[in-house]
Design a protein around this ligand. Sequence first.
Ligand SMILES: Cc1ncc(COP(=O)(O)O)c(C=O)c1O
Length: 396
Amino acid sequence: MKWPANRITDTSKKSFGMFEKALALEAAGHDLIHLEFGKPVHDTPQHIKDAAIAALQAGKVHYSDLCGEPALRAALAAKLAADNGIAVGPDGVLVTNGLTHAAYLAFMASIDPGDEVILLDPYYPQHINKIELAGGVPVFAPLDRADGFAIRAEWIERRITPRTRMIVLVNPSNPTGRVYSRAELEAVAALAIQHDLLVVTDEVYEHVLYDGAHISIASLPGMAERTLSLFAFTKAYAMDGWRLGYIAAPPAMIPALLKIAMNDVTHVNTFIQYGALAAVADDQASRAAMVADDRDKRDYVVRRLNQMPGVTCASPEATIYAFANIEGTGRDSTSIATDLLEQAHVVVEDGAFYGVGGRGHIRICFGSEPMPRIEQAMDRLSGYFNALPGTGGKDG
Ligand SMILES: Cc1ncc(COP(=O)(O)O)c(C=O)c1O
């Protein structure tokens, strides 16, 4: 008898990329610098911790409203209206265990077996497994790498079939660091409306923004009723271990999402929701300070990368990732990422982990280590690229 269900054995392997390879070297005692994981280096701001502790002390230890504590949902509805231009009200908000859970609910509640789901390539790999577990078939539409990974609506349209159910966006984009323009989002919205598709949009990096303005696609005309917008406290408030996120959805979709949520977690831990309430409703100065620190690291890392022979790197407009092109080395990204791990002892992610469109790139997380460690990592990378045969020319 084969015990795991077909939905486990017949879907892609869940992978954390280079991290898995790094574990073996680390176990052998090597000092690795981890720049592969999007784990914020900052601590959660004190006022957020205090609010959760106070809620715990005040007896917020019982079952919550299944959609989330009413005070939190009201604050999130106000934030969605003010920051995102999404007017769903508290009835259109469902609190989740991080963005991961929000995505799982969105896919499980809206994909039927055989439905095709269009993702933009390079994509965020962790969405794939969830789509497949829901019975969906991922279909990849390339971003335009010759134009800074811009969206080409006609390339998406070519992949639309009678089985297409939805388009998935990650905006700001992990891994590319792009923030999509109004024109790009309007083009996606026009396709969704014309072909009657749902849009699922992962906006976990909405506030980790350095240049330009972040626009939620649900704020565009005709989109609120066909968009599931996914958010989390994870990145901007350094709350990755808290596991807190939320979905803004057309209120008519909430019972469908809730049917999945009630069966997998019942609801999110009650007292930690008061930490989230402090995060969203109180002063945003600590968030701004963390983003300013990430911006300094972005500027430093991009400058250093562009000095390395064979490497070019556009400045990410948002996120905590630099997506560096290494094609000038004449080597492929899998071998470069493997060498960096084994020889330079710096763990970066192979661009191919994010799809065909990510080949020739490595993704470097600059938000997961303090500055001295980032400097050390850039010195190690510089040493490696300068020693590669046939790539001389920059000063490193
Ligand atoms: C694009 C994207 N979505 C979702 C997540 C996961 O978020 P959470 O920890 O809130 O589940 C990440 C984490 O790196 C991410 O980069």
